[in-house]
Design a protein around this ligand. Structure first.
Ligand SMILES: NC(=O)C1=CN([C@@H]2O[C@H](COP(=O)(O)OP(=O)(O)OC[C@H]3O[C@@H](n4cnc5c(N)ncnc54)[C@H](OP(=O)(O)O)[C@@H]3O)[C@@H](O)[C@H]2O)C=CC1
Ligand SMILES: CC(C)CCC[C@@H](C)[C@H]1CC[C@H]2C3=C(CC[C@]12C)[C@@]1(C)CCC(=O)[C@@H](C)[C@@H]1CC3
Length: 345
């Protein structure tokens, strides 16, 4: 039976490289690229079809940062497919990043250097802001939009006698200390990216606890440090040009510098061929590249606990209720306005 796979943020970077790899792995695949930018999505589809002529590649408009877009994309998915085998929750943003230069040099001349290059711990801050749904943008995009999508797609994902898989693109930048259960959207802090990625680790654990018995299995990955639009946005381009040779040099000493999107997609691709029973709900699956350029996947235990993941899960369910009721209110207002205009004409 053909597998149905949907990838969010599939038009560039790790998501696009994953699509390439999946099509090479399985020619029967029915692949859906869920992207917010139609032009870029079409370009990605064309590129995939150039290397895999005759492949079944669908496009879907989805802005994971918008409640309305998620709800209408979910309707469209339910209308198009009667099953979803894999849902890759990959879209992500890191807006207005800033590097703490002093922390960089302190880390550079300390024993923490390898960890600093692998996780960027203490190095990166971002400026976040509320979006038009009143949610913090990073939280809404990297986590909540994906959560809402999963909730909407439960009828497809939780089917008796059939296993479906969720695969998150998290990060080794996910840190417990950047996350607060009192401030799940990270309104007050300066590390919304780290917080949102830690939140995806917590959510994955909770989803496994609640949904494994309904045939839904969730896993978390880290692609390593990959040169993509997201990373290029961190420093000015001339600086990247200057430090790129050093990055390739560092790669010889650390396996987390996967650098290319193809390498970064290793763990995401690896999980595609794993049986649900073999998955570890507490593990993060890391894409790694050796100094000789060989790719492999390694599992490392996440710093998550059941109690916090449970509280977080119930907070997300509460937020979902609020967001849904706001959305129905908006829909009702729009309808009333339309009727008013119609009568006035
Ligand atoms: N690069 C790295 O070193 C690492 C990346 N990651 C994670 O990998 C994932 C992929 O990022 P990466 O490939 O690096 O970067 P890219 O910027 O190349 O890819 C991000 C993708 O997400 C899409 N996206 C962003 N916001 C939205 C939205 N609101 N709705 C729909 N799609 C959206 C982008 O679309 P558009 O083109 O329209 O912007 C793009 O396709 C992210 O979750 C990131 O956090 C994790 C660890 C390391
Ligand atoms: C000369 C400059 C001051 C050097 C700055 C280097 C940094 C820009 C990089 C060092 C470690 C990198 C890193 C990431 C981005 C670029 C660095 C901060 C990530 C945060 C990218 C996104 C992720 O999710 C992480 C896994 C990466 C970890 C390492």
């Amino acid at each position: 039976m053909e597998k149905v796979v949907l990838v969010t943020g599939a038009n560039s970077g790790i998501g696009l490289a994953l699509c390439e790899r999946l099509l090479t792995e399985d020619r029967q695949l029915r692949l859906c690229l869920a992207c917010r930018n139609t032009q870029r999505a079409e370009a990605a589809r064309a590129a995939l079809l150039t290397s895999h002529s005759g492949a079944r590649v669908d496009l879907l408009h989805l802005d994971v940062g918008s409640v309305l877009s998620v709800l209408s994309a979910a309707q469209e998915i339910k209308a198009r497919y009667n099953r979803l085998d894999f849902l890759y929750l990959n879209a992500g943003i890191m807006p207005n990043p800033a590097v703490d230069i002093r922390a960089f040099f302190t880390g550079f001349f300390s024993r923490n250097i390898i960890n600093m290059f692998a996780t960027a711990e203490g190095l990166l801050t971002q400026q976040d802001r509320p979006n038009s749904d009143g949610l913090q943008e990073v939280f809404a995009t990297n986590l909540f939009g994906h959560f809402l999508l999963i909730r909407e797609l439960e009828p497809l994902l939780c089917q008796p006698g059939h296993a479906s898989r969720l695969i998150w693109t998290s990060s080794s930048n996910a840190r417990r200390s950047a996350f607060s259960i009192e401030d799940i959207q990270h309104r007050k802090g300066k590390e919304p990216y780290s917080s949102s990625k830690y939140a995806s680790d917590l959510l994955s654990l909770a989803l496994n606890r609640h949904k494994n018995n309904q045939g839904l299995f969730s896993s978390v990955t880290c692609p390593g440090l990959v040169m993509t639009n997201l990373t290029y946005g961190i420093l000015p381009s001339f600086l990247w040009t200057l430090i790129m040779p050093i990055m390739w040099l560092i790669r010889i000493f650390t396996n987390t510098f996967t650098l290319t999107p193809y390498n970064g997609a290793e763990a995401l691709h690896h999980l595609f061929s794993q049986k649900p029973e073999s998955l570890d709900p507490r593990a993060k699956y890391h894409s790694l590249t050796s100094g000789f350029g060989n790719n492999y996947t390694e599992t490392r235990q996440m710093d998550v606990d059941d109690e916090m993941s449970e509280v977080f899960f119930s907070k997300l369910l509460q937020l979902e209720k609020v967001v849904r009721s706001k959305q129905s209110q908006r829909n009702a207002e729009d309808k009333a306005n339309q009727q008013y205009v119609h009568h006035a004409e």
